[in-house]
Ligand binder design. Structure first.
Ligand SMILES: Cc1ncc(COP(=O)(O)O)c(C=O)c1O
Length: 441
């Protein structure tokens, strides 16, 4: 056991999105990881059912990525990208542009999904302003959407607890309804047949506010953090049509749906809709170094860049935009994704995955199961008067039995590394099923 695996004081670290008091009273510490597994500080093997946080798509500790980071750190640890450049940031952007949907080939680097969301929203506003439509300031998100924790993403996002604690959100924001209606789409496999018409609410919002005030609509192709809501068949195409009709930019938040998780490079490809802006993070570097990105169309880039007077064209950026270590990790990770055809592996595994997770139907308190790509959500009946209690306990049971799952509200969300094999799928479903049954007893 090394020093890192033995913290002796848990006080200082104010943990994000965590129940700090209960965690510190009974900590769960992951000390190392390899392939499909984490190992706890007491060396217990834990199967990773969540690819960390939807991000370690190629599995843990990949040598190719580790070596690329080590090599880069020795050559150039840091150099600014404000009015300066270093080769590897340009290489990473060009490499990413190769796999982005056709039409999206300009890349702005950030350090996280949250920064990507706020960056995309700001680019949308700057784009309209550059074209002389500065009155387009309204941003439309969707109920239950998650776009990180910056003020832009929090405001356009639609998860109540993430907003209510802070009071102040951005003005000029409205929301589409979410697409979950268990009476119509419970236990759907893949895209639910019911619900495309919910996209038409965008027409109503446009009529209410005036098309010439709306800058952008931002949605996740598959909403993840709220507990896996797969878009109804035809829904995103309808959103695309309405946005195009009214000159509104469509932003896809592909922070979890990117880099193979949907069986394609991006959710946009799988769902057959190309947005104007796309946000990314997580799987971009296989999570080995923080990095996010926003992809924009040439039209958006040139409206802002070519349309500005000489000098800085976009007053936005992060010290670490295109950080050399992150760029190295991104290139190595995208190379690995291509060499091992991770999107293809996810696609090939999807039918087995779908059958396996839907086999939990009929267990006590399972009220819905939904899936797309290598993602699944299993919704449990909340315990009367004690929301989230059931899933918190299922989570602990799984962890004790050697499986990491994620819970959000009363929903279990699964998103394993894309290198998963069928025995891992079986183990996830068996361990989770046992925990759900035990919690019903
Ligand atoms: C769709 C989506 N957008 C944004 C984010 C925020 O990413 P980060 O935590 O890297 O800021 C997440 C994180 O889960 C996400 O799922």
């Amino acid at each position: 056991m090394n020093e890192i695996s033995r913290p002796n004081n848990l006080d200082a670290f104010w943990m994000p999105f965590s129940a700090n008091r209960s965690f510190k009273a009974s900590p769960r510490l992951l000390a190392r990881a390899e392939g499909m597994f984490y190992y706890t500080n007491d060396n217990r093997e834990v199967l990773d059912g969540t690819a960390g946080l939807w991000c370690v798509n190629a599995g843990h500790g990949r040598r190719e990525i580790v070596e690329a980071i080590q090599k880069q750190a020795a050559v150039l640890d840091f150099a600014p990208t404000f009015q300066m450049g270093h080769p590897i940031a340009f290489q990473a952007a060009a490499r990413l542009a190769e796999i982005l949907p056709a039409g999206l080939d300009r890349v702005f680097f950030t350090n996280s999904g949250s920064e990507s969301a706020d960056t995309a929203l700001k680019i949308a506003l700057a784009y309209h302003r550059a074209r002389g439509e500065g009155q387009r300031v309204r941003l439309i998100g969707r109920e239950r959407g998650y776009h990180g924790v910056g003020f832009g993403g929090m405001s356009v996002g639609g998860i109540g607890p993430n907003r209510k604690q802070f009071g102040a959100t951005l003005p000029y924001v409205d929301h589409l309804p979410h697409t979950h209606a268990p009476e119509h789409n419970a236990f759907s496999k893949g895209e639910p047949a019911w619900g495309a018409h919910l996209a038409d609410v965008l027409e109503s919002l446009v009529a209410l506010h005036g098309a010439d005030t709306v800058a952008a609509v931002m949605v996740e192709p598959v909403a993840g953090s709220t507990g896996v809501l797969v878009p109804p068949a035809g829904y995103l195409k309808r959103l695309r049509e309405i946005c195009t009709k009214h000159g509104i930019l469509l932003i896809f938040d592909e922070v979890i749906t990117g880099f193979g998780r949907m069986g394609t490079n991006f959710g946009a490809e799988r769902l057959g809709v190309v947005p104007d802006l796309m946000t990314m993070a997580k799987g971009l570097t296989n999570a080995a170094v923080p990095m996010g990105a926003v992809a924009a169309s040439e039209a958006i880039y040139s409206a802002i860049v070519d349309g500005s007077p000489a000098g800085i064209e976009l007053f936005h950026g992060y010290t670490y935009s295109g950080h050399p270590l992150a760029s190295a990790a991104a290139i190595a990770s995208m190379d690995l994704q291509r060499a091992e055809d991770l999107p293809g592996r996810a696609r090939a595994m999807e039918p087995y995955w779908e059958d396996a997770v839907h086999s939990l139907r009929g267990l006590p308190n399972v009220v819905d199961i939904r899936n797309a790509g290598l993602i699944a959500g299993i919704e449990l009946q909340p315990r009367a008067g004690k929301p989230t209690d059931r899933t918190v306990r299922v989570f602990q049971r799984c962890f004790d039995a050697g499986l990491l799952i994620r819970t959000t509200g009363d929903i279990v969300a699964l998103s394993p590394p894309l290198i998963i094999e069928t025995p891992h799928v079986d183990r996830i479903v068996k361990t989770l099923g046992d925990a759900i049954r035990a919690e019903a007893a």
